[in-house]
Write a protein that binds this ligand. Structure first.
Ligand SMILES: CC(C)(COP(=O)(O)OP(=O)(O)OC[C@H]1O[C@@H](n2cnc3c(N)ncnc32)[C@H](O)[C@@H]1OP(=O)(O)O)[C@@H](O)C(=O)NCCC(=O)NCCS
Length: 189
C-alpha cells in the first residue's frame, strides 16, 4: 500500500480524473466541478498513482465550509464530494488513506479541532455506505425521527444519468437511486 503515491490533482491530470469519475461514478459532473477542484483554496482533490505505471487509479475530492445547516453545525466542516478506487485496487485500504489525507490537506491549523466530515451517499450504494461506516461515520438521522430513521436527501443526483452509456465497471446499479443518505463523523487516523 505504501507504494502508491498520493498527491494533489494537477491541471495535467484533469482529463484522466474526468475519465475515472465517468468510469466509477455514473453522474455527469459539469466541467466547472473539476475546475473548482483545481483552483479553489477551500477545495482539495488527491489522486493515488499506481507505482509502476504512475497512472491515477483512485481519487478523493472534498471541500471545507464554515458551517452547515444540513448537519446542524456552526463549526467548520468538510464535505467529501467524490471518491473512487478502480476495482482491481479496491480492498487495500486506499480509500481510507485518501480520506485521511484529504482531511489533513484541508485542516491546515493544528491548533483547531479536526473538522467534522459529512458526505452524501446514493441510497442504493450499500458498499460505499459500509465503507463510510467502517471509518467511523454514521447515518444522519431524519429530523424528529424517534426511531432514528436515516435522513434521505431527495433528488441529489439530478444531472442526466450516464447509465444509458453503461460504465466500464458496471457500477450502475449502485447509483440506481437519485436519493442520498448523509453520513457524518469525526474521522481520526
Ligand atoms: C467505496 C470505495 C471507494 C471503497 O474503496 P476501497 O479502497 O476498496 O476501500 P478500503 O480498502 O479503504 O476499505 C476500508 C473498509 O471499508 C469497508 N468496505 C470497503 N469496500 C467495501 C465493500 N465493497 N463492501 C463492504 N464493505 C466495504 C471495509 O470495512 C474495509 O475494511 P476491510 O478491507 O478491512 O474489510 C470503492 O468501493 C469504490 O470506488 N466504489 C465505487 C465508487 C463509489 O461508490 N464511490 C463512493 C461514492 S461517490
Amino acid at each position: 500500500m505504501s507504494d502508491f503515491t498520493i498527491r494533489p490533482l494537477a491541471s495535467a491530470d484533469i482529463e484522466q480524473i474526468k475519465k475515472l469519475h465517468a468510469t466509477l461514478v455514473p453522474v455527469n459532473y459539469p466541467p466547472s466541478f473539476f475546475l473548482h477542484l483545481l483552483i479553489q483554496n477551500s477545495y482539495s482533490c488527491l489522486i493515488a498513482l499506481e507505482p509502476s505505471s504512475g497512472e491515477p487509479v483512485a481519487w478523493v475530492s472534498a471541500s471545507l465550509h464554515k458551517s452547515s445547516n444540513l448537519i446542524g453545525s456552526l463549526e467548520p466542516h468538510i464535505q467529501l464530494l467524490t471518491l473512487g478506487v478502480l476495482p482491481e485496487y479496491q480492498h487495500r485500504g486506499l480509500a481510507k488513506r485518501l480520506v485521511w489525507e484529504v482531511i489533513a490537506s484541508l485542516h491546515k491549523d493544528p491548533s483547531t479541532p479536526v473538522p467534522t466530515v459529512y458526505t452524501h451517499v446514493c441510497t442504493s450504494n450499500t458498499p460505499a455506505q459500509a465503507f463510510y461506516e467502517s471509518i467511523g461515520m454514521k447515518f444522519l438521522p431524519a429530523p424528529k425521527s424517534p426511531s432514528g430513521k436515516p435522513y434521505v436527501a431527495k433528488n441529489v443526483y439530478t444531472y442526466p444519468p450516464l447509465w444509458a452509456q453503461k460504465s466500464a465497471v458496471g457500477n450502475n446499479e449502485l447509483f440506481e437511486s437519485k436519493d442520498a443518505y448523509v453520513l457524518v463523523g469525526k474521522i481520526t487516523a
